[in-house]
Design a protein around this ligand. Structure first.
Ligand code: GLY
Ligand code: MN
Ligand code: MN
Length: 480
């Protein structure tokens, strides 16, 4: 006898080849499964840090319910989803990476909050979700039980199916991190305000400006793994000529998947004049001897912190004289930028220091006509060839802390524990008639990840050489 038909429980696979499930099969699938509950689960290394972060958040918003969704997995087509990556603020506060989960912090007596993560429990063997739902455990793999997650994360874990009821019962002020879960946004629409949520979002971003020891260690690992990926690419450049940009992208991505979770952003694998396009991620060209390859790529760790590193490499291992000339200018600018990274410095200092050096070189090459470097710099004329700002905060997001208020970020002051990129570049478009022909089509960026320390700074990506002759020697060594 039929108990389920194509049009109900099996509807997610509309054109599945089985029309029905017999009572015998349904009953059969409920039984005979061993108890696999793990009773020896260790807390994640980050748990002490996430507890401290939640405490700081709690202190800032006493008496208010705080809601931070992980985000929903996005459907690509039918029952196929895009790879899921949880919202960074959710990860920062929970250490969890589940899809469709939500952190809820409810005010608790006598002050403070009671934090709970609402997430999917294990599949229930009794109702068929386990094996008939396309995202049941039989299809997607075992999930942690709620008890196991409580052990891992060090906080209360509840069945996400109870979330709607819980949110419906909330009284008093609520703050929601918007932009990740429209279901939660709809449920709370009448209880939140745009201004309140914007303030909440800014505070979350600003909490992440100064990294703790766990985050710094993870960023250090991300940089070390990224260095391995760059070495792999140097080997690939020597092995295949010309080297497709897609091969370069895939080579780096393979390393990212082995060492970490993924790449932290789409890799820029820009050969020849593609290097003059800041975000060249089409990667449909090829790198030939005589070209420069601008590779901007970062490994994202399994805890989801990312490196963001750029090296501009001579494909055949040796810079031409004009490539070296441009490279040295960018290197000098980066040196000046890095030297300006220290506690107490204005955040903007490293940018100003690097850009002024670039302007001086541009003036020396006659690109400002009769204007001095200072005058041209004041007018911003250098920006035709420098294009972007010199860097940004780095962490869980490649452009980290982006929702922080201007006065605490770009108009703020560097503190120990902040991590930022220093990434000056010069980009001479192929069709730029205002530069001598020899420069056209050359793009150079050098990007490193710099930790502000008590005494100054530490270059976390120093494992990769930057200076032109050291880059050449390093490439020669790798190729043997
Ligand atoms: N890779 C993006 C950036 O450098 O900002
Ligand atoms: Mn970059
Ligand atoms: Mn960057």
């Amino acid at each position: 006898m039929t108990v389920m038909t194509e049009t109900d429980e099996n509807r997610h696979r509309k054109n599945g080849l089985y029309r029905e499930v017999s009572i015998e099969l349904a009953e059969n699938m409920k039984r005979g499964w061993a108890d696999t509950e793990r009773r020896d689960v260790e807390p994640i290394a980050q748990a002490v840090h996430t507890a401290r972060r939640r405490k700081a958040l709690s202190a800032r918003f006493p008496g208010e319910t705080l809601v931070v969704p992980a985000g929903r997995s996005k459907v690509r087509a039918n029952d196929t989803a895009y790879p899921f990556r949880p919202a960074s603020d959710y990860v920062y506060l929970s250490g969890d990476q589940s899809r469709d989960a939500v952190l809820v912090m409810e005010p608790d007596e006598p002050g403070g909050h009671r934090a709970a993560v609402y997430l999917l429990p294990r599949s229930d063997r009794g109702d068929g979700e386990f094996w008939l739902d396309y995202h049941g455990e039989l299809w997607d793999g075992r999930r942690n039980s709620l008890a196991e997650n409580e052990q891992r994360l060090g906080l209360l874990c509840c069945d996400v199916h109870a979330l709607a009821g819980r949110l419906g019962a909330v009284t008093g002020p609520v703050r929601l991190l918007r932009g990740h879960d429209t279901g939660v946004e709809d449920a709370l629409a009448s209880k939140v305000s745009a201004e309140g949520d914007a303030e909440f979002r800014a505070f979350l971003s600003e909490m992440r400006l100064v990294k703790d020891d766990f985050e710094i260690a993870d960023l250090r690992f991300a940089c070390a793994a990224t260095a391995l990926g760059f070495e792999d690419v140097v080997r690939a450049l020597g092995a295949t000529t010309p080297t497709p940009e897609r091969l370069i992208e895939g080579t780096f991505w393979t390393r990212a998947r082995i060492e970490g979770n993924d790449v932290g952003y789409a890799s820029v694998c820009a050969a020849g004049s593609h290097a003059t396009t800041l975000h060249w991620v089409r990667n449909d060209g090829a790198a030939s001897p005589g070209d420069l390859l601008l590779l901007d790529a970062g490994v994202e760790t399994r805890d989801l912190y990312t490196a963001d590193v750029t090296r501009t490499l001579p494909v055949d291992g040796r810079f031409t004289p004009v490539q070296r000339e441009v490279y040295r200018a960018v290197y000098a600018a980066q040196e000046a930028g890095i030297a300006a990274v220290k506690p107490g410095a204005a955040y903007r200092d490293f940018h100003e220091a690097a850009q002024q050096v670039l302007a001086e070189h541009l003036a020396g090459w006659g690109l400002f006509g009769n204007r001095s470097a200072q005058e041209a710099y004041g007018l911003g004329l250098h920006r035709r060839w420098t294009l972007a700002g010199t860097g940004h905060m780095l962490g869980l997001d490649v452009h980290d802390c982006a929702k922080a208020r201007t006065r605490t970020y770009v108009d703020g002051t560097l503190e120990p524990g902040m991590v930022l990129t220093v990434e000056p570049g010069l980009y001479f478009q192929s069709d730029d008639l205002t530069v001598p022909e020899r420069y056209r089509g050359i793009g150079v960026r050098i990007e490193d990840d710099i930790l502000v320390t008590e005494k100054g700074n530490e270059n976390l990506s120093a494992g990769l050489p930057r200076q032109a002759e050291e880059v050449e020697a390093w490439m020669a060594r790798i190729r043997g």
